[in-house]
Design a protein around this ligand. Structure first.
Ligand code: PEP
Ligand code: MN
Length: 341
């Protein structure tokens, strides 16, 4: 971090600043120029509050040369993180496909979809029990009962399950859930993230509707700072000026995040587009761009789905996506190997 000071800074304020930085175990290299004095801060500057520094009277400018996320940073952890989940894993060369309905609606529905996606090659089952809906009058999910039904489908198929938590008060219901999802709307619910950092569950962290990649990584950092390093990132489209699709899928986020972080990256083409016909092309594109997996909404009867039917695939359409993904996966892995070299 570089701190530019005013000419002839007040000595008392400068001493206070130096003492504060030294108390954070940071070494300071001072160079006095004709116009400004520059402080080069060396050490772990993640604890330095950059806004506080900027607000000081004697400070003209502050520049970070190191990213503010440390645990998630590829620079300090070159190897890809692999997250073990039940009998499978996310990352490390295994392509994960998480499939299932937007919401769990009944035992029959979740069991049917679970069996179908397993047969097509999905590695994990998704299904929402606590649903973050834009309208308070829309179906809110079966909540605790939905989780029970999801666990029945887990037993039936042996697939590990992924489901969303919306509030800390629900955490005690997640003991048998394999991966806890934090949805886009909760990406910056820092109290929730902190508490999930104290669990030993893998966390699927979805990118917020209007959040930068750095903000996504800072949210991952909240979980990791609590000791839980099992974080999986999920690109699910962001809000832009374009309204033709539900969101804009940021495909460049995949290779960008691969450089910024060692955490695995899953792409959700269903929420990213909102249109079932776009799910296949975007699944293939995400696979080619180096994603570690996909999360796809599948429903046995999309027209009658209680949530997100327009973007849900039938089991047959899902099978077709899986065939396409399998066909290009060897090329995708080859490309990502070349990118690393
Ligand atoms: C979901 O995956 O069920 C969901 C609500 O997605 P998002 O948080 O990305 O909108
Ligand atoms: Mn959905």
């Amino acid at each position: 971090m570089i701190v530019v000071l005013k000419k002839n800074p007040d000595e008392k304020q400068l001493n206070n600043l130096m003492a504060w930085l030294k108390s954070l175990n940071i070494s300071i290299h001072e160079s006095a120029g004709d116009i400004h004095t520059i402080l080069g801060l060396v050490g772990d500057t993640t604890m330095v509050d950059i806004d506080l520094l900027r607000a000081l009277d004697i400070v003209v400018d502050v520049k970070r040369v190191q990213e503010p996320y440390k645990n998630a940073n590829r620079k300090f952890h070159e190897e890809d993180t692999v997250v073990p989940v039940g009998n499978t894993q996310i990352g490390g060369g295994v392509f994960s496909v998480i499939a299932g309905p937007c919401s769990i609606e009944s035992e029959e529905q979740i069991s049917l979809v679970a069996t179908a996606v397993k047969a097509a090659g999905a590695t994990m089952l998704r299904g929402g029990a606590f649903k973050p809906r834009t309208s308070p009058y829309a179906f809110q999910g079966l909540r605790g009962h939905g989780l029970e039904l999801l666990l029945i489908a887990k037993k039936l198929t042996g697939l590990p399950v992924v489901t969303e938590i919306m509030d800390l008060s629900q955490l005690h219901l997640f003991d048998d859930v394999d991966v806890i999802q934090v949805g886009a709307r909760n990406m910056q619910n820092f109290e929730l993230l902190k508490e999930l950092g104290h669990t030993n569950k893998p966390i699927l962290l979805k990118r917020g509707l209007a959040n930068t990649l750095q903000e996504l990584l800072m949210s991952a950092e909240y979980i990791m700072a609590g000791g839980n390093n099992q974080v999986i990132l999920c690109e699910r489209g962001i809000r832009t000026f374009e309204t033709a699709a539900r969101n804009t899928l940021d495909l460049a986020a995949i290779p960008l995040l691969k450089r910024m972080t060692h955490l695995p990256i899953i792409v959700d083409p269903s929420h990213a587009t909102g249109i079932s016909a776009l799910v296949k092309p975007m699944s293939l594109a995400a696979t080619a761009a180096g994603a570690d997996g996909l999360m796809i909404e599948v429903h046995n009867d999309p027209k009658r789905a209680l949530c997100d039917g327009a973007q849900s695939l039938t089991p047959t359409a899902f099978q077709d996506v899986m065939n396409g993904v399998r066909a290009i996966l060897p090329y995708a892995y080859q490309m990502s190997k070349e990118e690393k070299q």
